[in-house]
Design a protein around this ligand. Structure first.
Ligand SMILES: NC(=O)C1=CN([C@@H]2O[C@H](COP(=O)(O)OP(=O)(O)OC[C@H]3O[C@@H](n4cnc5c(N)ncnc54)[C@H](OP(=O)(O)O)[C@@H]3O)[C@@H](O)[C@H]2O)C=CC1
Ligand SMILES: O=C(O)[C@@H]1CCC=N1
Length: 270
């Protein structure tokens, strides 16, 4: 039996919209998708848009793309859309499988999915954890999300918020880094436009090289630092007292902790 032939995306904002665009760009048939979003301007061509929960949809899975803070309010409204024969895929940060099972008890299976915005261009890591999928359905789920980048099962769900902080929120931190690098270049004397262009082009090339290289980013950093040269002086600033590592440690901790808080608040509001 085929799995996940018709996906109903509930909430097509920044992340859901990026995923839908990514699937369509990867050549998926738009007829495979429907969207439920009360105020969305328009769905992509060929994708049916519902303003109200549809009574006649033949979907076999939903993808929850609204905010975790809305679970208590919206969960009860979508019981009819998540009955037997339907798998619930959820993007809701912090909301764990036990909470998804409690919110959508009629569904066949429940899957946490954590992509990032690069799903739009097929370059997102996608972390997944599941409950209730048979092996063939599990393979089909992985294949569906693999079209948006690289999908993988995280065996230990207790690490999901931490993995989310690194890979789901991560682009936000990288964009902040690019901005900060450009701002520093400008403050020290480069024209703003030149600093912006150099920072962007540098990060694009450096990350492509790191992805293609057969040595680690740490070794690559050492290759950039010519003996007795300039780069080592800058690396010394980042490395002093583990400054950068400590900063990122704190960044990931704060981000992951917010996932626990979102879950606790959603539980309290049930
Ligand atoms: N942004 C990101 O990079 C990532 C986000 N996520 C997760 O994705 C989810 C969405 O986040 P994000 O895309 O950033 O947020 P957005 O606010 O951009 O998207 C949420 C969407 O849900 C819609 N919505 C609101 N109420 C309803 C309703 N009753 N029925 C259907 N749709 C509704 C919103 O419409 P309206 O705007 O009109 O209220 C909006 O289009 C969250 O759970 C988040 O944790 C996961 C990974 C990365
Ligand atoms: O900020 C958030 O909560 C979501 C989850 C990961 C990225 N964005």
């Amino acid at each position: 039996m085929a799995h996940f032939e018709k996906l109903l995306l509930i909430g097509c904002g920044n992340m859901g919209g990026a995923m839908l665009a990514g699937w369509l760009a990867a050549g998926e048939d738009p007829a495979r998708f429907e969207v439920l979003d009360p105020a969305l301007g328009a769905a992509p061509e060929g994708v049916k848009l519902h303003r109200e929960p549809p009574a006649d949809s033949d979907h076999d899975c939903v993808l929850l793309g609204f905010k975790p803070q809305q679970l208590g309010e919206l969960g009860p409204r979508f019981q009819d859309l998540t009955g037997p024969g339907v798998t619930v895929f959820s993007l809701l940060a912090g909301i764990d499988l036990a909470m998804l099972r409690a919110a959508f008890p009629g569904a066949d299976a429940h899957v946490r999915v954590m992509p990032n915005l690069a799903a739009r261009i097929g370059k997102s890591p996608i972390i997944m954890a599941q409950s209730g999928l048979e092996p063939a359905a599990s393979d089909a789920a992985l294949a569906l999300y693999d079209k948006l980048g690289t999908a993988l099962w995280l065996d230990d769900e207790s690490k999901f918020n931490l993995a989310t902080a690194l890979a789901g929120s991560g682009p936000g931190f990288v964009y902040r880094f690019i901005d900060a690098l450009a701002a520093a270049g400008h403050q020290l004397g480069l024209d703003q436009g030149l600093a912006d262009d150099l920072a962007m082009a540098m990060v694009e090339g450096a990350s492509a090289l790191a992805a293609a290289a057969d040595i680690s980013p740490g070794e690559l950093a050492d290759r950039v630092a010519s003996p007795g040269g300039m780069t080592r002086e800058g690396l010394n600033v980042l490395d002093a007292d583990n400054a950068l590592i400590n900063l990122l440690n704190e960044t990931l901790q704060a981000t992951a902790a917010k996932g626990d808080e979102l879950a606790a608040n959603a539980t309290a509001s049930r």
